[in-house]
Design a binder for this molecule. Structure first.
Ligand code: UN1
Length: 489
C-alpha cells in the first residue's frame, strides 16, 4: 500500500492512553503526493464510467467489512484517539450507517426537470462526478469523518485521497485496508480509488494546492480551515469545511433537569470534551442556575476518568500534553478573571501512567462575551452563563463567532419554536431536549460562521461531491432564443 511506503520524514505515534509507541510511519514526500494525485486522476477516468449503483455495491462491501471488523477497528480508535470503547464502537457504527445511506443514495443521484420558457424544449439538470476528492481529517473522529466524505464521494464517482491527522495514522491505514479488502473481486473499481497520505502540514498543503483535486473537504480547527479555504480559493477550487464549534445549550425553567443533566454531561465531558460538537456553554435560567451547577458539579466529580479500555470508564485521556497545557492555561486565565473553577485538575491516581487525564471542569462567573468563552478550547470545560429570559438566552447563545451545534431544554412549545425559528439559534444543528453532540448521519452535518458553512453526511450533502450540469434540449424545428431575443441572420 502506498501509504506505508512513504519516503518522507519519519513520524512516531504514541498512544494517549499511556504514551506507548504505537507505530513508526513514513510521511509521504512532496513527490509522492503528486504521484498519488496522478494515480487518483487516472482512477477517476475509469470510476466515472462505472454505474453509480455498482459504485454503491463497492460501498456496500465496505460497510460489510466494517461490520465484520467493528470491534477491531474500534480498538484502534481507542488506542490512537483514547476514546472509551462505547464511543469508539459508536464511531464505527456511524461509518456503517453512512455506508448504508450511501448505498441507497447510489440509486438516487437525481436531478430536476425544469419548465422551459421555450416551446418544445426540455430544461433539466444532471449531476456528474467531480474528480479526486481530498479529505483532511482530525484526530477526534479518526475514522468516521473519512467515511462521511469517502462513502458519498465514492458513490458519486470520485476517488478519495485522505490526509488523516498525524495523530491517527493507524486508523487511516486500517480503513484503507478494509476498503481494499472490500474491492477484492471488483476489477471495475480501480485500485487507486482510495489512497492515504500520511504526514503533517506540508503534506496537507501539497494536496490542498493541487488543481487536479477539485474538492477539498477539511475537518479541524478554525485556523486550519481558514488556511485551507484561502489556498483552495486561490486556485478557485471548492472547499467543504467543518471547523470548530462553541456549542451552547439553553436550559429553561420548565426543563426536565434529569434529562438536562444526562444530556449536558455526555455532551460536555464525553470524548473528554474533544468533539467539535462538545457542549461548552451552559446557558441557564437564573432561577435554576444554582441547582444545575450543584448537580453538574456532583456528576463531574463522580465521573470515572481513566483507561478508556476499561468498560467502567466514561472519560478517557486528553489527546496529548499540548491539550492539557491548553486546558490548564484557559482555566488559569479564567481564575485570573475572577471566575470560579470547579474540577479541571490533572488526575494521576488510578490512571495509566504516561497518559494525560483530567477531571472535567465547570467555570462560573465569566461574562458571555469574555474572550475565553468566545473561543473553543478543545477540552472538557463547561462555562455556566445565567440569563433572565429567552430573548437574552438566544442573544448570549448566538453571540460567539462559531455556529455548529445548539440545543434547548424546555417543556414549552413556544420556547422551542422560538429557538428553532429564524430569530433563534444561528447554528447548523439545533436540538430540542437533546445535547449538542451525537448527531445522526441522516441529517446534513456542519455549521455556520467560523464553523465554515460546509455540510457533510446525510440529506443532500452528496451534491458537494458532484458537478451540476444544466442541460437545455431543443426538439423543435425552430431555434427560439431565450428571453425572446430576436437575432435573424
Ligand atoms: C466531530 O467532532 O468532528 O455529532 C464530529 C457528533 C458526531 C460527530 C462529531 N456525530 O458529535
Amino acid at each position: 500500500m502506498e501509504a506505508q511506503e512513504g519516503t518522507g520524514e519519519t513520524l512516531e505515534k504514541y498512544s494517549p492512553i499511556d504514551g506507548a509507541l504505537t507505530g513508526t510511519f513514513k510521511e509521504a514526500s512532496a513527490g509522492q503526493v503528486k504521484e498519488t494525485i496522478s494515480r487518483a486522476s487516472a482512477a477517476f477516468v475509469a470510476l466515472r464510467k462505472v454505474p453509480a449503483p455498482r459504485r454503491g455495491e463497492f460501498v456496500r462491501r465496505i460497510g460489510e467489512a466494517l461490520r465484520t471488523h467493528k470491534e477491531a477497528l474500534a480498538g484502534i480508535v481507542t488506542l490512537e484517539a483514547g476514546k472509551i470503547h462505547q464511543e469508539a464502537l459508536g464511531e464505527v457504527q456511524e461509518m456503517i450507517d453512512i455506508c448504508e445511506f450511501a448505498v441507497g443514495l447510489s440509486r438516487q443521484l437525481h436531478g430536476l426537470t425544469i419548465a422551459s420558457e421555450r416551446p418544445q424544449h426540455r430544461l433539466m439538470e444532471q449531476w456528474h462526478p467531480i474528480g479526486p476528492v481530498g479529505v483532511i481529517s482530525a484526530f477526534n473522529f479518526p475514522v468516521a469523518v473519512w467515511s462521511w466524505n469517502a462513502m458519498l464521494a465514492l458513490v458519486c464517482g470520485n476517488p478519495v485521497i485522505w490526509k488523516p491527522s498525524e495523530k491517527a495514522p493507524l486508523c487511516a491505514l486500517a480503513c484503507h485496508a478494509l476498503a481494499m479488502e472490500a474491492r477484492k473481486g471488483m476489477d471495475d473499481i480501480p485500485e487507486d480509488v482510495s489512497s492515504v497520505l500520511l504526514g503533517g502540514r506540508s503534506t496537507g498543503e501539497a494536496l490542498v494546492d493541487d488543481p487536479r483535486v477539485p474538492l477539498i473537504s477539511a475537518t479541524g480547527s478554525i485556523p486550519m480551515g481558514r488556511t485551507v479555504a484561502q489556498r483552495v480559493a486561490a486556485r478557485l477550487g471548492r472547499s467543504l469545511l467543518e471547523l470548530g464549534g462553541n456549542n451552547g445549550v439553553i436550559v429553561m425553567p420548565s426543563a426536565d433537569l434529569d434529562m438536562v443533566l444526562r444530556g449536558a454531561v455526555f455532551a460536555a465531558a464525553g470524548t473528554t470534551g474533544q468533539r467539535c460538537t462538545s457542549l461548552r456553554r451552559f446557558i441557564v435560567h437564573k432561577d435554576i442556575q444554582e441547582t444545575c451547577v450543584k448537580r453538574l458539579s456532583k456528576a463531574f466529580a463522580n465521573l470515572p476518568v481513566g483507561d478508556p479500555r476499561d468498560p467502567e470508564i466514561l472519560v478517557g485521556p486528553l489527546i496529548d500534553e499540548g491539550a492539557l497545557a491548553n486546558m490548564q492555561t484557559t482555566l488559569e486565565a479564567a481564575r485570573a478573571s475572577g471566575a470560579t473553577v470547579i474540577g479541571g485538575d490533572p488526575i494521576t491516581e488510578k490512571v495509566p501512567s504516561g497518559g494525560v487525564y483530567v477531571r472535567p471542569a465547570i467555570v462560573t462567573g465569566l461574562s458571555p462575551d469574555h474572550e475565553l468563552v468566545q473561543k473553543e478550547t478543545f477540552a472538557p470545560i463547561l462555562y455556566v452563563l445565567p440569563f433572565h429570559n429567552l430573548e437574552e438566552a438566544i442573544t448570549i447563545h448566538n453571540g460567539v463567532p462559531q455556529g455548529l451545534s445548539s440545543a434547548i431544554f424546555t417543556d414549552r412549545l413556544i420556547e422551542s419554536e422560538r429557538f428553532l425559528s429564524s430569530e433563534g439559534s444561528d447554528c447548523g444543528i439545533a436540538n430540542v431536549n437533546i445535547g449538542t453532540s451525537g448527531a445522526e448521519i441522516g441529517g446534513a452535518f456542519g455549521g455556520e460562521k467560523e464553523t465554515g458553512g460546509g455540510r457533510e453526511s446525510g440529506s443532500d450533502a452528496w451534491k458537494n461531491y458532484m458537478r451540476r450540469q444544466t442541460v437545455t434540449i431543443n426538439y423543435s424545428p425552430e431555434l427560439p432564443l431565450a428571453q425572446g431575443i430576436k437575432f435573424e441572420i
